[in-house]
Write a protein that binds this ligand. Structure first.
Ligand code: F6P
Length: 357
C-alpha cells in the first residue's frame, strides 16, 4: 500500500493548489493510491516539533482548490534538520514525497535523498519546480510564470494611463523575479506601453536612466518604466535611506521613484511619478488556464516518475517534452536573461530604449 506525501515550500506562486490537486487525482484515480498526506508549512511539516498536523488528501478535499490562489497546505522557507525529517518520513511510512518548490527546496530535497540512501531506506523524492521567477535551469518554464506575466498587464496599463493623464507623468511598475528579470521582460514585451525596462542582468547607471527620461519626456511628455525587483542593487544605499532621508528599505522601485522626482525637481521640470507594486497581488492569485494545464501535466509526470521508482528527480519541460531531470542538474545554476540573446534585442526593439550598459 503506497503512502505518498506532498509539501509546498517558499513564496506563493499561482498554480500551487493545481499541483496539489493534480498529484492527488492522478495518484488516486490512475494508481489507486489511497494514503495521500498533505504536510503543512513546507519542510516544517516534516519536523514533529512544530506539531503541524498533516491533511489527509482525497478527490473530495482537493476538488475545487485550484479555484483559489495560495496553497491549502501552507508554506515556509528554508530546510529543517535532515535527520529529523527522514525519521519522520520513516515513522509515517511514507514511500513517496513530492516537493513543490524553487531551487532552495529542490536543494533540500537532494539532502533528503542522500540521507534516505545512506540509511538504505526506500523513499522516492520527486520535485516539481515552482516559481514565478522562471529562474530554474533545465526547464524551459516554471509554473506560475505565465500567470505572473499576464497579471502584470493591468499594472502596466494603469501606469500608462496615469502617466498619460498628466504632463510629464512617469508610471513606474516594480515586478518580482528575485535575481532574474524574466517576469519584467516578458511583461514588457506583452505590453506595448513600456519605454524603459530595468533588469538585474543588465547594469545601468542613474545618469543614463535620467538622460533617457529627459529625452522621452521632451518628446512624448509621459513615460512608463518597468523595473525588476533585483535590479540596480549596487545603487541602493546600505542604510535603507536615500540621500533625502526617505525610507526605501532596499526597494529599487521606491528608490527610483525618489531619485526621478529629485532629479527633475533639481532640473526645474518637476514630474509626477506614480509607483505601482503589484508583487503580492500577482503571486497569490490563482493560475490562469494555461498554467493550470501545465501544472496538471507536471504533476502527472511527477507521479509517473515516482511510481516508476525514480528518485532525486525534478520534472520539467524541455524542447516541448516533459522530462525528468536529476535534481542536482536542476539546482546547479539559476537561469538568467542573457543580455546578448535575442530576447534582450527584442526588448530594446520593442521598448525603443537604448542599451544602458
Ligand atoms: O521566488 C519567488 C519570489 O516571489 C521572488 O520573486 C521574490 O524575490 C521573493 O519570492 C520574495 O519573497 P518573500 O517576500 O516571501 O520573502
Amino acid at each position: 500500500k503506497t503512502r505518498a506525501a506532498i509539501i509546498t515550500c517558499g513564496g506563493l506562486c499561482p498554480g500551487l493548489n493545481d499541483v496539489i490537486r493534480s498529484i492527488t487525482m492522478v495518484l488516486w484515480y490512475r494508481y489507486g493510491v489511497r494514503n495521500i498526506l498533505g504536510l503543512r508549512y513546507g519542510y516544517e511539516g516534516l519536523n514533529p516539533d512544530f506539531h503541524h498536523n498533516p491533511i489527509q488528501l482525497n478527490p473530495d478535499v482537493v476538488e475545487d482548490i485550484h479555484q483559489k490562489g495560495g496553497t491549502i497546505l501552507g508554506s515556509s522557507r528554508g530546510p529543517q534538520d535532515v535527520g529529523v525529517m527522514v525519521d519522520y518520513l520513516q515513522e509515517m511510512q511514507i514511500d513517496i514525497l513530492f516537493t513543490v518548490g524553487g531551487d532552495g527546496t529542490q536543494r533540500g530535497a537532494l539532502d533528503l535523498v542522500e540521507e534516505i540512501s545512506r540509511r538504505g531506506a526506500k523513499i522516492a523524492v520527486i520535485g516539481i519546480p515552482k516559481t514565478i521567477d522562471n529562474d530554474i535551469s533545465c526547464t524551459e518554464r516554471t509554473f506560475g510564470f505565465q500567470t505572473a506575466v499576464a497579471l502584470s498587464q493591468p499594472s502596466i496599463d494603469s501606469a500608462h494611463m496615469e502617466a498619460k493623464a498628466v504632463r510629464n507623468g512617469v508610471g513606474l511598475v516594480k515586478l518580482m523575479g528575485r535575481d532574474s528579470g524574466f517576469v519584467a521582460a516578458y511583461a514588457s514585451l506583452a505590453s506595448s506601453d513600456v519605454n524603459l525596462l530595468l533588469v538585474p542582468e543588465v547594469s545601468f547607471s542613474l545618469p543614463k536612466v535620467m538622460h533617457f527620461l529627459e529625452e522621452r519626456l521632451k518628446q512624448k511628455s509621459h513615460a512608463v518604466i518597468v523595473v525588476a525587483e533585483g535590479s540596480g542593487k549596487e545603487l541602493l544605499p546600505p542604510d535603507g535611506q536615500d540621500a533625502s532621508g526617505n525610507e526605501i528599505l532596499g526597494d529599487i522601485g521606491v528608490f527610483l521613484k525618489h531619485a526621478i522626482q529629485a532629479h527633475f525637481r533639481q532640473n526645474g521640470r518637476p514630474v509626477s511619478v506614480k509607483y505601482i507594486d503589484p508583487s503580492y497581488t500577482i503571486r497569490s492569485a490563482r493560475a490562469n488556464a494555461d498554467d493550470s494545464v501545465f501544472c496538471f501535466r507536471l504533476a502527472e509526470n511527477a507521479v509517473h516518475a515516482a511510481m516508476a521508482g525514480k528518485t532525486g528527480m525534478v520534472v520539467g519541460l524541455w524542447n516541448g517534452h516533459f522530462v525528468d531531470i536529476p535534481s542536482i542538474e536542476a539546482v546547479r545554476q539559476r537561469k538568467k536573461i542573457d543580455p546578448s540573446s535575442s530576447l534582450w534585442t527584442s526588448i530594446l526593439d520593442n521598448t525603443g530604449q537604448p542599451d544602458l550598459i
